[in-house]
Design a protein around this ligand. Structure first.
Ligand SMILES: Cc1cc2nc3c(=O)[nH]c(=O)nc-3n(C[C@H](O)[C@H](O)[C@H](O)COP(=O)(O)OP(=O)(O)OC[C@H]3O[C@@H](n4cnc5c(N)ncnc54)[C@H](O)[C@@H]3O)c2cc1C
Length: 391
């Protein structure tokens, strides 16, 4: 799939390219320390990138899921962790820009903060007890009604961007009178008393997302912090915000790995050879395999994303294709980054090269919904005619 195809795509991809070139210089440092890359996010704010999915009426660019995926793929060439963290923020803003379920005053305030001062927002839903919220369980975090509003208590895990967050969408079990507890989402300013970050994120990959634990201890929020429930008829949101920007980041990891591997193969001349290892057939075959895997992943991904964005009526029947796109991207990217290490040999295990970072970052792709088992069930049920969709 060849992009850009529109002037807007070209503009957004060029901005992402410039930022990626800057971030590439410091990505390894943040990966090593695990520090949150405040400087990267300041640059994203300066260029208006953090407002890409804020609607134009509120000063943003109103990007589509396809435009965002194209930009995020490019941004990830430089620093995948920054791109993944930015994706979380941009996706929350995007979904709200489309559904407009929050009270307008709250939404306008968040948009203003994003546009004017680079505020960050993310969904902090996952928990040590519950694991992934995508499995449908009730969270252990509780929201109990008080005379003034709600009091939140709980322990969240995998909260990407935690040190930089201005706002969070917090998933809790809502207890309201005699009604059985139910899931509810709260818009929470992260500077409230009782919110603490536990710096637990010391991970294999995507280290600079700083996805630490967040503890809520008797956090008082007003009644209107409880957000109206959203109805999504298809997984990942009707427009595909939850389906496409995250896998695009992993495509970016694969492309960075491919390029770094090709450069290595062209430049590495061992004493026992008269030319570079690129002349070896084993290297050519491994590079070819990387190329095939990348081509397949990117073609499937953008084919599905394009059709999803273009035809809202077709989306319910495309759930299996969206799951397939995420599955193909995640697994092909892991294989590509593994092949990169095989081409470069033991030098690739050193932090002097970026290949081991790409390998580690790629592995985190399995942790985003739809997880592989869910994707395979969705695809299998469709093939077997068990998903209720016309075929
Ligand atoms: C880099 C990164 C960033 C993230 N950022 C965020 C974020 O900002 N906000 C956020 O809320 N979350 C975030 N997450 C968390 C993510 O969405 C998942 O909640 C998290 O990865 C835990 O998922 P899990 O499947 O491993 O956990 P668990 O649900 O504990 O599952 C453990 C294992 O059991 C399997 N399993 C569990 N339940 C079932 C079941 N019912 N049926 C079949 N198999 C099951 C899983 O597949 C897995 O292999 C992030 C994750 C990563 C990797």
């Amino acid at each position: 799939m060849t992009y850009p195809r529109t002037e807007r795509q070209a503009e957004l991809m060029a901005v992402a390219d410039r930022l990626a070139a800057r971030f590439a210089e410091t990505a390894a440092l943040y990966d090593r320390t695990g520090d949150f890359p405040f400087a990267h996010f300041a640059a994203l704010h300066e260029t208006g990138y953090l407002a890409l999915t804020v609607p134009e009426e509120y000063g943003g660019r109103g990007a589509t899921p396809l435009e965002l995926a194209l930009a995020q793929e490019r941004l990830a060439h430089g620093c995948a962790a920054t791109a993944l963290g930015a994706t979380m923020h941009l996706t929350v803003m995007a979904i709200q820009g489309e559904t407009r379920t929050w009270p307008e005053e709250a939404y306008a305030r968040v948009c203003r903060d994003v546009v004017e001062r680079g505020a960050l927002i993310n969904s902090i839903h996952s928990e040590p007890d519950m694991g992934s919220p995508s499995r449908g369980a009730l969270p252990s975090t509780t929201a109990v009604r008080t005379t003034n509003g709600w009091v939140l208590n709980g322990h969240k895990r995998w909260a990407s961007l935690a040190p930089g967050l201005t706002y969070a969408d917090v998933l809790a079990a809502v207890s309201d009178g005699d009604e059985p507890p139910r899931r509810g989402n709260f818009l929470v300013p992260m500077d409230l008393a009782g919110i603490t970050i536990e710096e637990t994120w010391d991970n294999l990959g995507m280290r600079a997302t700083a996805s630490h634990d967040v503890i809520f201890t008797d956090v008082q929020v007003p009644a209107e912090a409880l957000l109206p429930a959203t109805t999504r008829s298809v997984p990942g949101g009707n427009s595909g915000w939850g389906l496409f920007p995250v896998p695009a980041v992993y495509l970016g990891v694969a492309y960075a790995a491919r390029n770094a591997t090709i450069t290595f193969a062209q430049e590495r001349v061992p004493n026992g050879m008269s030319g570079p290892i690129a002349e070896l057939q084993t290297v050519q075959h491994r590079i070819a395999e990387m190329e095939l895997l990348f081509w397949q992943a990117r073609t499937v991904f953008y084919d599905v994303a394009e059709r999803w964005v273009a035809d809202p009526a077709a989306r319910p029947g495309m759930a299996w294709e969206a799951a397939a796109a995420k599955h193909v991207v995640t697994n092909n990217v892991m294989r590509i980054t593994d092949l990169a290490l095989r081409v470069a040999g033991s030098a690739a295990l050193s932090r002097a090269l970026p290949l081991e970072r790409y390998f580690r970052d790629a592995r985190a792709g399995l942790g985003h919904p739809p997880m592989d088992d869910v994707a395979l069930t969705t695809i299998g049920k469709h093939a077997l005619g068990l998903d209720g969709e016309r075929r």
